[in-house]
Design a protein around this ligand. Structure first.
Ligand code: BTN
Length: 320
């Protein structure tokens, strides 16, 4: 961790004297280190006697936001940050296998092999999105894994609503606004027969223009299309807080304690849907069962259970 960045992120001005005392190095060494940070693109200004000041930026290095966290576990363990990662889910799965604790995190500015559900590519360009994964080790049965995805969807949706967006959840785990997709969630789990060993909860959120690939502008949008977004590190901190709360509720009170909130936020329930997968059919989404499957009343009258596959909702993400 870069102590200078941590100090500058926590206070408006920090004197060279304080930095040199904290680091146990000379003032000249501090100045050299500040120069190196400036050369690495950090907007550090020197303000005479008051010392150094970190100007406005939208970077995601943990030194700049870790002190804002008020969680007890999420973000408090290992944090893997790199400018470029293949996929934050893949990196975090490797850490999980080598014993990383509940609440560990992987995040980056850009992914070169970002993955979505159903084997799709998730484009993750630098500097404009929030591409991150959280490791959770909940004491839950493997069948409960879908409810963890729903926890992440409720958390991200609530955070965005707090910024003034009319964000909603499209079953199972897309976050949409104004009929377009803002965020997607990819949950990957490892389990033994009766218990989840770990889950990796990856979320990609389009924040700024540039995060939405030009060919997807009809179906996808970014936060900035609806409201001036907070800095990405603030969104991350708010999301980790919200996710910790939903996961704790799931663990201690069960899905019933969250189901009402999910239903209220969900655009799919009660809507006309087109289900495509091994079978394709039209119907109305009537509800969800205990395992998170969607219950769809087909146009010819039967009730079908949809666990995976693609569900298009009329009026959302280009389906008319
Ligand atoms: C979807 O909508 O299909 C899910 C998209 C999930 C994308 C995120 S970005 C961070 C994490 N790393 C990945 O490779 N995928 C998820």
């Amino acid at each position: 961790m870069d102590t200078i960045l941590t100090m500058l992120s926590q206070e408006e001005y920090v004197s060279g004297e304080r930095i040199s005392a904290e680091l146990g190095v000379t003032r000249a060494a501090v100045w050299k280190r500040i120069r190196a940070l400036q050369e690495a693109g950090w907007p550090i200004e020197s303000a005479g006697k008051r010392g150094y000041r970190l100007g406005e930026h939208d970077r995601l290095e943990p030194e700049t936001w870790r002190h804002l966290l008020q969680t007890s576990a999420l973000g408090q363990g290992t944090i893997l940050y790199a400018h470029t990662l293949a996929s934050t889910n893949d990196e975090l799965k490797k850490l999980a296998v080598s014993g990383a604790t509940h609440g560990s995190l992987a995040l980056c500015e850009q992914q070169t092999s970002g993955r979505g559900r159903l084997g799709r590519v998730w484009q993750s360009p630098a500097g404009c999105g929030l591409w991150q994964s959280v490791l959770a080790r909940p004491a839950l049965a493997p069948a409960k894994a879908p409810s963890i995805t729903f926890c992440a969807a409720i958390a991200m949706c609530s955070v965005l609503r707090g910024y003034g967006l009319d964000a909603r959840i499209k079953w199972p785990n897309d976050i949409v606004c104004g009929g377009k997709k803002l965020a997607g969630i990819l949950l990957e789990a490892a389990s033994d027969p009766d218990r989840l060993e770990y889950v990796v909860i990856g979320v990609g959120l389009n924040v700024l223009p540039g995060s939405v690939p030009p060919e997807l502008t009809g179906q996808a949008a970014c936060v900035d299309d609806f409201a001036a977004p907070p800095k990405r590190r603030q969104i991350l901190v708010d999301y980790l807080q919200a996710l910790e709360e939903t996961l704790d509720t799931l663990q201690h009170s069960g899905w019933e304690a969250l189901a009402g909130t999910y239903r209220e936020l969900c655009v799919t329930l009660g809507a006309s849907v087109l289900v495509s997968g091994s079978e394709t059919f039209l119907g109305t989404a009537e509800g969800m069962d205990d395992e998170g499957a969607l219950l769809v009343r087909c146009d010819e009258g039967s009730l079908r259970r949809v666990m995976a596959g693609d569900v298009s909702v009329r009026g959302v993400m280009g389906y008319v």
